[in-house]
Design a protein around this ligand. Structure first.
Ligand SMILES: *Cc1c(COP(=O)(O)O)cnc(C)c1O
Length: 227
């Protein structure tokens, strides 16, 4: 077994333990292996081990990396977990099975137009900036419910859940709790939260989608050497 495959097996065990500890059904958490900056050779052992859910944070990088793999493995599911610009929306709707970073009307409108044109509808999650960080993407917590409504009514989109990236320098628990509360109020079932360092806590707070990179793939290569 490769290092990545054995780390994947260990993370799957920890996810199963966290599901059980939270009294949640086995298999209720979707484990997304975040492969940004890793090349195809690095992700192949995970695919060989049967893993099918992968996350990328840049559309351009994903467009270079994933089309041949998706053709070879049609059941692969790709998640966009980073910012989406409107000029990349066509590529994003074509390649991704879920977009976790919807946070602006302009992008909602562009996704709706592309989804109609391509006859393809990725799952959609609205990103919430739970920490109110000025440099971070996402709608403000107090605007989340209204934005979800606008996506539904003004743009005709089905919204599946919410996503958040808590501030790095704060305990994540209160952010996970806030996101769960906002999702509950909006009647949304999916919660994308939890990364390598805190996915078990996120599962305790109800995460349905966890995004785990380095704990599976090891230290990320520096930007600029991928491709
Ligand atoms: C990179 C990234 C992750 C994974 O981070 P790790 O610490 O490697 O687990 C999760 N979510 C988002 C949005 C990311 O950009």
């Amino acid at each position: 077994m490769s290092d990545a495959a054995s780390r994947l097996a260990e993370i799957r065990r920890r996810v199963a333990d966290a599901e059980a500890a939270a009294g949640r059904p086995a298999g209720s958490v979707r484990l997304i292996a975040v492969s940004k900056l890793f090349n195809s050779d690095a992700v192949r052992p995970l695919i060989d081990a049967g893993h099918r859910e992968f996350g990328e944070n840049r559309v351009q990088e994903a467009v270079r990396k994933w089309p041949p793999l998706k053709e070879a493995y049609p059941d692969l599911r790709l998640h966009l977990i980073g910012p989406l610009q409107s000029n990349k929306t066509a590529d994003a709707v074509r390649l991704f099975d879920a977009i976790h970073s919807l946070d602006r009307d302009r992008i909602a409108a562009a996704i709706a137009a592309e989804a109609a044109k391509q006859g393809r509808r990725p799952d959609l999650l609205v990103q919430v900036n739970t920490g109110g960080e000025p440099q971070k993407a996402g709608v403000a917590p107090e605007e989340a419910a209204l934005f979800v409504e606008r996506c539904r009514i003004a743009h005709g989109l089905v919204i599946d859940g919410l996503m958040a990236i808590p501030p790095v320098d704060e305990p994540p628990g209160p952010h996970f709790a806030l996101l769960a509360k906002l999702a509950d109020k909006a009647g949304l079932r999916r919660l994308s939260m939890g990364m390598s360092g805190d996915f078990e806590l996120a599962i305790a707070f109800g995460a349905t989608d966890i995004r785990v990179g380095e704990a599976i793939l090891g230290p990320r290569p520096a930007a600029g050497r991928h491709g």
